[in-house]
Design a protein around this ligand. Structure first.
Ligand SMILES: [Zn+2]
Ligand SMILES: [Zn+2]
Length: 301
């Protein structure tokens, strides 16, 4: 067998950060939510969230009006809603006008370089196709996709969209997976969130961590660390009962019934490269889960 170039696992997670928990998708009476921004902020604060984005439909609620009343970091957001599939716009400085051409929306959002966009609840509605896969594959410039959207627990369709996520990753599209409540009323609060490795509690540092993929989505399982040693991924959680390592097209490569687990890539580089990525899913009591970001497998050392 000829010598093959070694492979590398690109780990988005780092060392020396603090884990902060937050929800980037919530509604208030400024659009179709049932509660005022003050009530929503007080609710999340009481549940010990570290950051929150109010993302009303096509309305920018200015965090400056509310930041003095909370210890959470408020991140300005809008859910771009009208005229097409919904797109979350996070850390915005100005509202982007809805346009039926969603690529124009993403291009306009990209003109605010501190902001980022997420493709929302792909499996919502009776056709389970709020965000058509062909459109998601064609669009460029978004940071990721909602892998879990809490409000859909009580609406038509599927809250979970890891199927859509694997399809995007498998054709080589970089996409981070987000977990959000999309809360419209109190029963939607604290269903799904993101936990990010951040250097500080500032919005800028939290957003930098999210952009770099130094976060995981969760509905109740906590991840303590994801580290790479050579070709091995080592995952430590606080309360998982089962950990799965998943590669291209959703293939489960390994299942470990434990709170911590490791997975080693195939020894032969071409076999390892064929997996394209490894992402980690953690399962805990009561159906709780966590979704870590993909570690890309590339040639190099
Ligand atoms: Zn929506
Ligand atoms: Zn929403």
């Amino acid at each position: 067998m000829p010598d093959e170039a070694p492979v590398m696992l690109k780990n988005p997670y780092g060392e020396g950060f603090t884990w902060l928990r937050g929800n980037l998708h919530t509604h208030t009476t400024r659009s179709d939510g049932a509660r005022s921004p003050e009530a929503v902020i007080a609710d999340y604060e009481g549940r010990k969230y570290d950051f929150l984005s109010i993302s009303d439909h096509d309305v920018l609620v200015d965090p400056a009006d509310y930041q003095a009343g909370t210890s959470m970091t408020l991140i300005p957001g809008v859910e771009i809603t009208a005229k097409g599939p919904h797109i979350l716009h996070v850390n915005v400085t100005a509202r982007v006008a809805p346009d039926p051409d969603r690529q124009r929306v993403l291009d306009e959002a990209a003109r605010q370089p501190e902001s980022f966009t997420v493709l929302n609840h792909p499996n919502w509605q009776t056709h389970y196709n709020h965000f058509p896969q062909e459109l998601m594959e064609r669009l460029t410039g978004s940071l990721g996709v909602e892998v879990y959207n809490g409000v859909i627990d009580r609406l038509e369709g599927s809250s979970l969209a890891s199927d859509r996520w694997d399809r995007l990753l498998s054709i080589g599209k970089m996409a981070w997976g987000f977990g959000h409540d999309d809360s419209h009323d109190v029963q939607d609060v604290e269903i799904a969130w993101n936990v990010v490795q951040s250097s500080s509690r500032s919005a800028a540092d939290i957003v930098a961590g999210l952009k770099a993929g130094r976060f995981y989505a969760s509905t109740g399982v906590g991840i303590q660390s994801i580290r790479v040693h050579d070709r091995t991924i080592v995952v430590v959680t606080s309360n998982a009962q089962r950990i799965r390592f998943i590669s291209r097209w959703g293939v489960i490569r390994s299942t470990v019934e434990d709170q911590a687990a490791e997975y080693t890539l195939p020894k032969r580089p071409s076999d390892a490269l064929a997996l394209q990525y490894i992402r980690v899913e953690c399962y805990g009591a009561g159906g709780r889960m966590a979704w870590a970001q993909p570690l890309w497998i590339t040639a190099g050392s």
